[in-house]
Write a new protein. Structure first.
Length: 261
C-alpha cells in the first residue's frame, strides 16, 4: 500500500507540472492572450546572446537614421510623383493584409487545409500584437515627425500623441504577415515573394514621404520578430500532445505520462 500511495503521489505531481496544452484545445481568444503574454514577457527570458542581438538591431536602426534617412528622403523628393505600382503595393501594409489573411482562412475552410488555417490564425495574432500593441507603444514614446512635415530627421516629441513616424506601422504589418507565411511553408519562392512584397511596402512608405528609412527598418524588425515568435510558440503548443497510460506492476498502480512538449 505504501508503494501504491507513492505512485499516486508521483502521478499527481507529474500532472501538476504540465503547464502547456495543445493549441487545438484552446479557443482563439485564449491563444491570443497566451501569445500576447509570451511576446510581451520575452525580454525577461532572454539570455546574453538574445540581448546582444537586440543591441545589434538597435545599432542598425540608429545607423540607418544617422547615415541613410536624410539622403534617401531627399532622393525620394527628387523623384516624387504618381507611381501607381507603389501605391497599390503599399496597401499590403494595411487593407490588402486583411484580404490575404482572409484568403488563407477561406482556403483552409474550403479545402480543409490545416496549414492555411494556421497561417490565418498566426498572422491575425501577430498583427494584433505587433501592429496593435508593440508598434503603437513605440510611436507614442518616440513621437517622431514624418518626412513630409519638413521638421527634420531628428524631430522627436515623446508622448506628444501627434507625431507617429517611428516605427512604420505599414512595415510592421507587412513583415509580420510575411514572416508568418514564410515560417509555415518550406518553399523558397514563398519566402522570397513574401519578404519582397513586404520590402516594397516599406519602400512605398519612404517614397510617399510617410516614413524615414529607419522607421521602416524598425517596423520590419518588429513585425518579423513578433511573427516568428508567434509561429514558433504556437507550433510548440500544437505539438504538445499528452497521453495518459496505465502503469501496472506488482505493488504499483499508477499512470504514466507520454507525449512531446
Amino acid at each position: 500500500m505504501k508503494r501504491t500511495s507513492h505512485s499516486f503521489l508521483f502521478t499527481l505531481l507529474a500532472l501538476g507540472s504540465i503547464s502547456g496544452v495543445s493549441a487545438d484545445e484552446l479557443s482563439y481568444p485564449e491563444i491570443v492572450i497566451d501569445d500576447v503574454k509570451h511576446v510581451v514577457t520575452a525580454p525577461a527570458r532572454w539570455d546574453e546572446a538574445d540581448w546582444r542581438k537586440a543591441g545589434w538591431a538597435s545599432l542598425v536602426v540608429v545607423g540607418t537614421a544617422l547615415i541613410i534617412d536624410r539622403p534617401l528622403r531627399d532622393e525620394m523628393r527628387r523623384h516624387s510623383g504618381d507611381n501607381s505600382f507603389l501605391t497599390q503595393v503599399e496597401r499590403f501594409g494595411k487593407p490588402y493584409a486583411v484580404g490575404v489573411v482572409g484568403g488563407f482562412y477561406l482556403a483552409g475552410t474550403l479545402a480543409d487545409d490545416k496549414t492555411s488555417m494556421q497561417v490565418a490564425q498566426d498572422a491575425l495574432t501577430a498583427s494584433l500584437i505587433a501592429s496593435g500593441i508593440v508598434t503603437p507603444a513605440f510611436k507614442l514614446v518616440a513621437g517622431r515627425s514624418r518626412p513630409r512635415d519638413n521638421a527634420g530627421a531628428f524631430n522627436f516629441k515623446p508622448f506628444s500623441n501627434i507625431n507617429s513616424s517611428f516605427p512604420s506601422g505599414h512595415a510592421t504589418e507587412a513583415f509580420a504577415l510575411a514572416s508568418v507565411i514564410s515560417d509555415h511553408y518550406d518553399e523558397t519562392w514563398v519566402t522570397c515573394t513574401s519578404y519582397s512584397i513586404a520590402s516594397l511596402v516599406g519602400l512605398a512608405r519612404i517614397y510617399h514621404q510617410a516614413h524615414f528609412a529607419s522607421d521602416v527598418v524598425a517596423g520590419a524588425m518588429i513585425g518579423t520578430l513578433v511573427g516568428k515568435s508567434v509561429v514558433s510558440y504556437n507550433n510548440g503548443l500544437r505539438s504538445a500532445k499528452v497521453a495518459l497510460l496505465p502503469e501496472l506492476a506488482p505493488g504499483l498502480i499508477g499512470v504514466r505520462i507520454a507525449g512531446s512538449f
